[in-house]
Each structure stands twice: as structure tokens, then as C-alpha cells.
Design a protein around this ligand. Structure first.
Ligand code: URP
Ligand code: ZN
Ligand code: ZN
Length: 462
């Protein structure tokens, strides 16, 4: 028994056309016009709907121990929210404790995800210090399908690596087919400003933002790119937040650097005025990098439209306002950094990107699904609609409307960073490897159906 999706408008990163899709088991087995159905096949009428490849969010932090607490979504609740919102695959960051083997951290992350995730998943490996034993483990980690690494140029004293360490990771990972990404903020600028504000008794959430100026991002982007050029390796910039950082990327592209950039919905739709809300409310949006002034937002959209930014992920890292964000009521440095949006990304990008004419529908598919799959070694199994590919599909109703609210979200957190945002266009049905996760708007996913994806080397080479 197969599934036939009939009369949908199939949208890929390149094409848009009317057609039918046949699924047998986990795989797309035919695409064409008027595909015949066997009597035992299930037929889904997709007339008037778009059929998109399942979304891929390459930046999540489920159950992350961080800043004295743990992010509020488990692999089950976080991936449930993601898939309900059209994202069928995610890539989470393994963040090892200093002095502990990478393999130990990977085992811990596998234990949290395996048998729990409802969407397919892979992992990136963070390198928080570079020692001889870490160096020796990198090739093994790559062989296990963890083909991308993150170095933090921020979080001084916690995760931050210095230039020598970044060079070593770039060279070592690159030699074995891995790709390196950076959290591009200058941790020393942040630490200098933070200490200054603390000494002056400026401790409200607003000073988190003030301690993370855009120049800190621009400097780290530039330095990361310089070191990547020195090491003759590509570089992926995670969660790019500012027009200043984007300018550095444009200059790098002009001189021929191999640079890839990711941004997140928060840097397209939310602005730093939120930090100045009274009664500690601004803590809800404390994240690193922080939100930027409103004049950055359209420039970031333009960066996507013009191809300087290749992917839109979430950096999903939620903390409850009550009991978690509140840890920093008297001192912004104790507010755990991050927000939830794994369930919102796909729909926000469609409504505010395609719906408001900022990006084309093909560009939408590219940044939410296809480019992430290509860059992170999952293409064409994921991120595409091709015969032989996984049947990860979103049947999307462009006329459906909704509104984001803590009352209806699937995230396991007590507020929404996007409360009240209107949506036009919503997933009606979501399939993961041929199995329904959402059917006619109702979540029907299954705990543990998500599968670990051992990723190949990046589709981007030096
Ligand atoms: O605020 C954030 N981004 N929290 C998660 C950790 C990171 O830097 O990605
Ligand atoms: Zn980061
Ligand atoms: Zn992150």
C-alpha cells in the first residue's frame, strides 16, 4: 500500500509545477502527472495546496545544560513542535564538557535523542577546547556522521576558543572532510562591557544587549574568515544577527572567500527595543547574539534574497520565564540565553518572507530545507522532492490562517517570543519518511520515530 499526493503544486528550490507524488514505504517512488493509484493506496488531495520538502533546522539546543539550568524542550517536545510546524529534520549541537572526550558527550546526546525524537536528527560537535585527545577524536567523530563542528568566539571562560585553537580545528576537521562553523561574537569585547556595566550597577536585561554590540559580531566574522582563508577552508557563520556582520560577509564573497551564513527568524522579525520593556520582561529575548535595532532587519532579509545568507535556522534554546529567565532578575549575566522557535520558523518565514514579498517561494524552500541539506551532507536524501529521496513532505495550505501564542504552541515553555504574530499559510499535513506526523492539521507523530542521520561531508568544499 502506497500513498499518492494528488494535484498539489510541488515547490522545490528551483521549480514550481503541478503534479502527483507517489510514496512507497519511506521513499518517494514516482513524481508525475495523473499517477495511477492502486485500490489499496491512500490518496491525499492536495488541490490548492503547496507540497514542500520537509523543513530542516540545522541549529537547535534541546535539553542543553547551560548557564546553571537546562533548556526547557526535551528532544521529544522540541522535535514535536518542530515537526508540527513543518520541520522534519533538525541538527542539534553536542556541547562537551571541557576535559571530557567528545565521544562521551556524543553518547550522552544520542541517549537523549534516540527513541525520543519525533523528527529525524543529526548532530554538530562543539569544540570548547582543543587538546591532543580532542584532535585525535575529530576523524572518528566525522566517520560517525558528525561532519560539522562549532567553535565559539564568545562565552569567555566557558566555551570560547582562541585563534590558535580555531585554526587547528579548521585544519584538522577540513583534512578529514568536516566543516567548521563559528559563533561570531568577540568574547573579549563582551566581557569588557559586561564587567563595566556590572561595576556601574547596570544590571537590567537591556545591558545584555548593550554588552553585545554589533561591532563584536563584525570583528568575529572578519577574524573567523581571515583564519579560514589562512587554513584554506570554508566557514559557516551560525546565527548571524546584524547588518554589520553581513557587510563583512559581502566583502568576503567579493574577494572570493568560501563563506556560508545562517540567520534565524528573531534577527528578521524582532528588534532590540524589546530589551527595554519594564518589569524584567526583556529577559524573554535575552539570547546571544542579541536582537538588533529595527534598521538591521530589512538588511538581513535582503541578505537572504541576494544569496549572502544561505540558511534560516532557529538556535532554538528555550528557557521558562518563571524559574529560569528569572534567575537573572538582579543581574542580566545570570539570565539563561535563548528562545524557542523550532515550531515557528517554517511558518514565520513563509508568512513574513514569501507572503510579504521579501523572498520568492523557491528561495523560501532553499533556505528552510534544501541549502541546509546540501551544506550539511544530507542532500538529496533530505531537503528535496526527488524519486529515491525520503518522503519528508509538507502539504501546505496557503490560505490557512493562525496566530502564534503560548496557548497553542507545542514548545515546552511558558511564553512565546512571537506572541500575537499572525500567520497566513500553515502546514496541513506533514510526512516523515512516509509516515504521518500531522494529518489535516492534527499532530499524530510518534515518539521515537525520528532517526539519527549519519551525515556525509558537506556539499561545500574549500
Ligand atoms: O542565546 C543562545 N544563542 N543560546 C544558545 C547557545 C548559542 O550560542 O548558540
Ligand atoms: Zn551560538
Ligand atoms: Zn546555538
Amino acid at each position: 500500500m502506497g500513498i499518492i499526493i494528488k494535484n498539489g503544486t510541488i515547490v522545490t528550490a528551483k521549480d514550481i509545477y503541478k503534479g502527483d507524488i507517489r510514496i512507497d514505504g519511506e521513499t518517494i517512488t514516482a513524481i508525475g502527472e495523473s499517477l495511477p493509484a492502486e485500490p489499496e493506496d491512500q490518496t491525499i488531495d492536495a488541490q490548492g495546496k503547496y507540497v514542500f520538502p520537509g523543513g530542516i533546522d540545522v541549529h537547535t539546543h534541546f535539553e542543553l545544560p547551560f548557564m546553571g539550568t537546562v533548556s526547557a524542550d526535551s528532544f521529544e517536545t522540541g522535535s514535536r513542535a518542530a515537526i508540527a510546524g513543518g520541520t522534519t529534520t533538525f541538527v542539534d549541537f553536542v556541547i562537551p564538557e571541557k576535559g571530557k572526550p567528545l565521544g562521551t558527550a556524543l553518547d550522552a546526546w544520542r541517549k537523549k535523542a534516540d527513541g525520543h525524537a519525533v523528527a529525524d536528527y543529526g548532530f554538530h560537535m562543539a569544540i570548547t577546547e582543543y587538546t591532543d585527545s580532542v584532535a585525535a577524536e575529530i576523524p572518528t567523530i566525522i566517520k560517525e556522521g558528525i561532519t560539522s563542528f562549532k567553535c565559539f568566539l564568545a562565552y569567555k571562560g566557558l566555551f570560547q576558543v582562541d585563534d590558535g585553537q580555531l585554526i587547528a580545528v579548521l585544519e584538522n576537521a577540513g583534512k578529514h572532510g568536516g566543516m567548521v562553523s563559528i559563533h561570531a561574537e568577540n568574547g573579549d569585547i563582551i566581557s569588557t562591557l559586561t564587567q563595566r556595566y556590572q561595576a556601574e550597577g547596570k544590571l537590567t536585561p537591556e545591558y545584555h544587549w548593550r554588552a553585545h554590540p554589533a561591532i563584536a559580531e563584525a570583528e568575529a566574522v572578519e577574524r573567523g574568515l581571515t583564519l579560514a582563508r589562512f587554513a584554506d577552508q570554508p566557514l559557516y557563520i551560525v546565527h548571524l544577527s546584524s547588518a554589520d556582520g553581513l557587510e563583512r560577509i559581502k566583502q568576503a564573497v567579493a574577494r572570493g572567500d568560501k563563506v556560508l551564513a545562517e540567520t534565524c527568524p528573531q534577527y528578521l522579525l524582532l528588534s532590540s527595543d524589546l530589551y527595554c520593556l519594564p518589569d524584567f520582561e526583556g529577559a524573554k529575548w535575552v539570547m546571544s547574539p542579541p536582537l538588533r535595532p529595527a534598521d538591521h532587519l530589512e538588511k538581513m532579509w535582503e541578505g537572504i534574497a541576494k544569496g549572502y545568507i544561505q540558511t534560516v535556522a532557529t538556535d532554538h534554546c528555550p528557557f521558562n520565564f518563571r524559574g529560569q529567565k528569572e534567575m537573572g532578575r538582579d543581574d542580566f549575566t545570570k539570565i539563561p540565553n535563548g528562545i524557542a522557535s523550532a515550531g515557528d520558523r517554517f511558518n514565520l518565514l513563509y508568512t513574513y518572507g514569501v507572503g510579504e514579498g521579501r523572498i520568492s517561494i523557491n528561495r523560501f524552500v532553499d533556505v528552510v530545507a534544501t541549502a541546509p541539506a546540501k551544506i550539511f551532507g544530507m542532500y538529496p536524501q533530505k531537503g528535496s522532492i526527488v524519486v529515491g529521496g525520503d518522503a519528508d513532505l509538507v502539504i501546505f495550505d496557503p490560505e490557512a490562517t493562525g496566530e502564534i501564542s503560548v496557548k497553542t504552541q507545542q514548545h515546552n515553555v511558558d511564553y512565546s517570543a512571537y506572541e500575537g504574530f499572525k500567520l497566513k499559510g500553515l502546514p496541513q499535513t506533514v510526512l516523515l519518511r512516509g509516515r504521518f506526523a500531522v494529518r489535516d492539521g492534527v499532530y499524530v507523530g510518534e515518539q521515537g520515530h525520528g532517526r539519527f542521520i549519519a551525515r556525509s561531508a558537506s556539499g561545500v568544499s574549500a
